[in-house]
Design a protein around this ligand. Sequence first.
Ligand SMILES: [Zn+2]
Length: 313
Amino acid sequence: MNVAGIEVEPGRRETRVVDVPVGERTVPVPIIAVNGAAGGPCVAVTGGIHGAEYVAIEAARRVGMTVDPKTLGGCLVVVPIANTTEYHKRSIYTSGLDAQNLNRVFPGNAHGSAGEALADWLFRTVMEPSSYYIDMHGGDMIEALVPFVLAPHCADAAVEKASLEMALASGIPRVIRSEVAGSTCGAAVAAGIPSILAEVGGQGVWRETEVAAHMESTLRVLRHLGVVPGEVTPVPAQRSYDTFAWMRATAGGLFHPRTTVGDRVEVGQTLGVVADYFGETLQTVEAATTGEVVFLVTSLAMNPGDPLLAICA
Ligand SMILES: [Zn+2]
């Protein structure tokens, strides 16, 4: 096994921080490479594509550092903090390398902005050489959410089916068949690599219970793929959704939500208000569809164009 120049013998784990060139500078990217004693597929796992999604970062790191190379079938490449710049800046939405969201610029561009160059390196070095790819996320510093997993659509029916099976295997209760343009998992499935994007935790906290749940969801997928030994037991309460409706602010000011994550809402229901600095209503936020609120921006500060919440249905 060789990833990013790291040679790993069968039955061994190696860790290294790789300096990745992005334009005029380099950024450090930590890599955990595990080569199983037995053969099997290679699976890539990333955390920290968004640097303040701490549950995902901590869970990805623990998966990479605790799987047993002696019993692993295949290989595992974990990048626990894909964007260390955003992580250390404790920044949200933008990559810290440029003004873009890193999860909107995949598969990247080696000759583009610093964020696009990082995406290109991650895609070519970590994702493209793998047979399957799991991207671990959560709510950002100002987002509450209930756990959900995205299974992207794909022109290749076999890749779409394999991605959906990974999402179901995760045991995460809400499986949403959707993707976002320029996302990690969207780029992966377009390249023929079955992929999911799993979201647990949020608001800049990392509770042990949520870290354990996110870790277990990834281990379940690794068991399903035969990389980690063990059976995958079905989760009876799991449900699939085809609609992932985002609502955005049309005005800047103060956001006063009148709903919370996990609420069932009806189409047209008032879910919150964006007000000016003195409390006058600038925008009444109405539910675009009937369904369940899966994420909610919890910051009072609101800017035009920012996401407010999303409903799955
Ligand atoms: Zn994220």
